[in-house]
Design a binder for this molecule. Structure first.
Ligand SMILES: C[S@@+](CC[C@H](N)C(=O)[O-])C[C@H]1O[C@@H](n2cnc3c(N)ncnc32)[C@H](O)[C@@H]1O
Length: 276
């Protein structure tokens, strides 16, 4: 898609006027990593600089998406039919509602993201999908997020909901108190609800590559905050981890077609079930 459109001398038709195309966005960088076309040169420059420091970065995005697919499938197999995808990103192949449609599940899905392009593109692909919606919301303001009328119209929090925080929490700094955010979320969920997290993990990175990758991410408004496994595991407090627990995402219930190379040393993930 061309970067300029008829409607604006500066922005393509998928970008609203409030977007500054000179400021990189993690949603658009990730879109580029996954081969999408909703990104600007500033996003591609950050992605390519990151790849120079961390050669597996683009491949890691695909590995994370494969984890998302398996985790959503697992939640659906456990009987959960309501899905809240927080930090859902710009839609790409294998979005949650598509995974569920392929499984022939009668489901409800809410996508939320802070990024305007992610929300606009999600709403666009959901025009004919009455059982799914997308809203713009900041994960750090859970009250506003769960009380949004569109969220309430799709999800009944009195029944189990699968909440997806996939590749999101490493953009939430400690100053926003992600553990308290998770405890707050847990308290709003019915027993049997499921929590899916993937999080970049600092444990196995060569220190220089880690430092360089974090440095590149400082060019965005959402720099990376890598955490150790010991910091990530308590995010599941109040949830019982499904087998195999918190592992590198390629190793979480891989299917035969999945890439199980674990040398990306970057992201761990798990699925927890809220205890009764
Ligand atoms: C790396 S992408 C992951 C997208 C998707 N969850 C996936 O795993 O394929 C991270 C997403 O989190 C969003 N994000 C970052 N901070 C956020 C916040 N405070 N509230 C909501 N979304 C946020 C970004 O806009 C981006 O779309």
């Amino acid at each position: 898609m061309p970067e300029n459109s008829d409607s604006s001398p500066l922005l393509p038709d998928w970008a609203s006027d409030d977007i500054d195309p000179t400021v990189p966005s993690i949603a658009r960088i990730y879109d580029y990593a996954l081969g999408g076309s909703h990104n600007f040169s500033v996003d591609r420059e950050v992605a390519e600089s990151s790849r120079k420091k961390w050669p597996h970065s683009l491949r890691a995005a695909w590995t994370n998406r494969a984890f998302l697919r398996r985790a959503v499938t697992f939640c659906a197999e456990q009987g959960v039919t309501q899905f809240l995808d927080i930090g859902s990103g710009i839609p790409t192949a294998g979005n949650v509602h598509e995974i569920l449609a392929d499984l022939d599940i009668d489901a409800h899905v809410v996508y939320t993201d802070i990024d305007p392009v992610a929300v606009a593109m999600s709403r666009r692909i959901l025009t004919d999908v009455p059982w799914a919606t997308a809203i713009r919301a900041d994960a750090r303001d859970l009250d506003a997020l769960v009380s949004d009328p569109e969220v309430r119209a799709q999800l009944d929090f009195g029944k189990p909901v699968a909440v997806l925080l996939v590749a999101l929490l490493h953009y939430i700094p400690d100053s926003a108190d992600p553990r308290r955010m998770l405890a707050d979320l847990r308290d709003r969920l019915a027993p049997g609800s499921m929590l899916v997290i993937s999080h970049m993990c600092s444990d196995d990175w060569p220190p220089q590559e880690l430092a360089d990758t974090v440095e590149v991410s400082r060019r965005t408004p959402t720099p990376l905050i890598l955490r150790s496994r010991a910091e990530i595991e308590p995010m599941f407090d109040g949830f019982e981890l499904a087998e195999p627990g918190l592992v590198r995402v390629p190793l979480w219930r891989p299917e035969p077609e999945d890439d199980t190379m674990v040398s990306y040393f970057d992201t761990v993930g798990a699925v927890g079930v809220k205890k009764g």
